[in-house]
Every structure is written in structure tokens, then in C-alpha cells.
Write a protein that binds this ligand. Structure first.
Ligand SMILES: NC(=O)c1ccc[n+]([C@@H]2O[C@H](COP(=O)([O-])OP(=O)(O)OC[C@H]3O[C@@H](n4cnc5c(N)ncnc54)[C@H](OP(=O)(O)O)[C@@H]3O)[C@@H](O)[C@H]2O)c1
Length: 279
């Protein structure tokens, strides 16, 4: 069953750049009433202006998804303006990508607070209006690292594995009330994400063409596709990453060996020696 996003009140978190901005533009072009949320309000205002001058509807609201009062303000302002929330694109996220022993406790807390807890708090905040409507759609921006955890992304992957589990549980919890929950699993994409990972090696890997094969528009189109087919549980992008994920789940030992080789090649600050796997 295909539907439309026309006139659907759509809250997009992380709308100030990357996937979120591209998604908001695309949804607005399809007639959605887009609520733009992120911390950088000037960027949101500029995007709202751009959407309005193209004939679309946009409401920019500053919101840090780690701060409950700001989430409450976002939801209240949306309900005051439009009276309902049809779609939440739960997209805000950061990546602190480094060897675990080089991540600070603050980096770790921030990662969990934004990528996992923030997404959970956002979903929780929109649920009362969706339950009252007996309709709605929550689309969580996960990542392929929610299926396969690579080195340098231990904590980031932990949050995305968590978000995948949350997506699955919530889908089952709210399905009886006409609310859909879906997930998007993109591989690397060219956005500001790679500029903010906090580690030079991770940034270099993320910027390589093999890892970084998507654009924000590719991801936005996938979000729109899922919004139009709300029964769709998930999308993996690009599609052929599905083969890698299948391989990893069926041959995890081979994946372990390949990834360990890469770590040996790149991690030069630890004295070489014999790990258990080297006999
Ligand atoms: N790019 C990739 O390779 C990739 C791949 C798979 C999945 N993802 C996921 O896709 C999502 C979007 O990433 P992107 O590539 O579009 O990155 P991006 O360009 O860096 O955008 C991240 C967005 O999240 C917002 N954000 C960060 N912290 C926030 C907070 N505390 N409260 C509210 N908003 C916050 C940022 O806005 P402000 O700074 O203005 O708050 C920004 O709009 C993330 O969840 C990421 O994990 C990315």
C-alpha cells in the first residue's frame, strides 16, 4: 500500500545538515509540513526560508535531543502549529570514531546520549499524539554499523545496535495502534559527519570512495520511499551492503580475521606481539 507525504506533519531531527536537511527538502517538495529540528537555529532558518521560497512549508525549531525540556518544546511547538505529528524522522546523530582506549569518557557519554538516548526520548515524546491519533510513523536513522560493528566504531556501533533493537521492540509495541516504526541502514555518505568524528584515521577511511559511496540525497530518497510505504521495516543502502551484512552474520570468523588484519596494519602505537589468535 503506497501513500503520500502531502500535508503530513513531519518532524526531522538533525535537519541542519546532511541526511536531515536533504530529507526535509525532499519531504517539503512533496507537500509535507516539515518541522526542522537541530541545535544550529540559523541553519534551520536558512533552510526554512529556502523551502518556503520554493513553495513548501517549514517550521524551524532549535532542539538539542539530549535535553528533555527542548524536546518537550519541539513537540509542543509542532502541536501548537499543526495539531498533530504524522512522521518523526529520528535522524540526529554524531560519530566519535577512534580506538576505544583513545575515546574520552565524555566522548562515550555524548555518543550514547545523542545517538541512542536522544532517539529514544524523541520517539517517546511524539508517541502520545500518535497514540491519540491512532496513526503515525517513526523512521529511525540507524547505519549499517547497527548490523556489523567495525573497529574504530565500537561505541558508535553499540548505539546503532541499540537503536536497531529499540526499533524492533517499538514496532511491536505500537503496531496494534496503527503506528509504524521503520529503520534506515545507510553505509558511508558524503556529509559533515566525517568532519566531526574526532579521529584522523576514521575520517580518512570514511572519506575513501569505497566506504563513502552514498549522497545525502540517496538517503533522503530512501526515507521518502519508506514514508510512502510505512509497512516497510527497513532499507539498507546501498542495496549491495546487504550481501556484506549477510556474509558477516554467516561467517563472523572470517570477518574477525579481515578486520583484525586491518587493525594490525593501522594501529602502530601499540607494541607488536602475539595475540591469542596468532598462536
Ligand atoms: N554520513 C554517514 O556516513 C552516515 C552513515 C550511516 C548513518 N549515519 C547517520 O545518519 C544521521 C545523520 O548523519 P549525517 O551524515 O547527516 O551527519 P551530519 O551532516 O553531521 O548531520 C548531523 C545532524 O545531527 C544534528 N545533531 C547533532 N547532535 C545533535 C543534538 N544533540 N541535538 C540535535 N541535533 C543534533 C546536527 O545538527 P546541529 O549540530 O545543528 O545540532 C546535524 O543536523 C546520524 O544519525 C548518523 O549516525 C550517517
Amino acid at each position: 500500500m503506497s501513500s503520500t507525504v502531502e500535508n503530513k506533519v513531519t518532524v526531522v531531527t538533525g535537519a541542519s545538515s546532511g541526511f536531515g536537511a536533504a530529507t526535509a527538502r525532499l519531504f517539503a517538495a512533496e507537500g509535507a509540513k516539515t518541522v526542522l529540528a537541530a541545535r544550529r537555529i540559523q541553519r534551520l532558518e536558512a533552510l526554512a526560508e529556502e523551502i518556503r521560497s520554493a513553495g513548501g512549508e517549514a517550521l524551524p525549531i532549535a532542539c538539542d535531543v539530549t535535553v528533555q525540556e527542548q524536546i518537550d518544546t519541539l513537540v509542543k511547538a509542532t502541536l501548537d502549529a499543526y495539531g498533530r505529528i504524522d512522521i518523526l524522522v529520528n535522524n540526529a546523530g554524531i560519530g566519535r570514531l577512534n580506538w576505544l582506549d583513545e575515546l574520552s569518557p565524555d566522548d562515550i557519554s555524548r555518543e550514547v546520549d545523542v545517538d541512542l538516548k536522544g532517539a529514544i526520548l524523541m520517539a517517546r515524546a511524539v508517541l502520545p499524539s500518535m497514540l491519540a491519533q491512532r496513526s503515525g510513523h517513526i523512521i529511525n536513522m540507524v547505519s549499517v554499523v547497527g548490523w556489523v560493528a567495525p573497529p574504530l566504531a565500537t561505541v558508535y556501533s553499540a548505539t546503532k545496535f541499540g537503536l536497531r533493537g529499540f526499533t524492533e521492540g517499538l514496532r511491536r509495541e505500537v503496531a496494534p495502534f496503527g503506528i509504524h516504526v521503520s529503520a534506515i541502514y545507510p553505509a558511508g555518505a558524503r556529509t559533515e559527519f566525517s568532519q566531526n568524528v574526532g579521529g584522523e584515521l576514521a575520517a580518512r577511511i570514511l572519506n575513501s570512495r569505497w566506504v563513502n559511496s552514498l549522497t545525502a540525497d540517496d538517503v533522503a530518497k530512501a526515507v521518502l520511499r519508506v514514508a510512502k510505504h510505512p509497512r516497510k521495516r527497513s532499507v539498507i543502502l546501498p542495496w549491495w551492503y546487504g550481501i556484506l551484512l549477510w556474509f558477516n552474520s554467516h561467517f563472523p570468523g572470517v570477518s574477525d580475521l579481515v578486520q583484525a588484519q586491518l587493525v594490525r596494519r593501522y594501529r602502530k602505537d601499540v607494541p607488536s606481539g602475539h595475540g591469542d589468535d596468532e598462536g
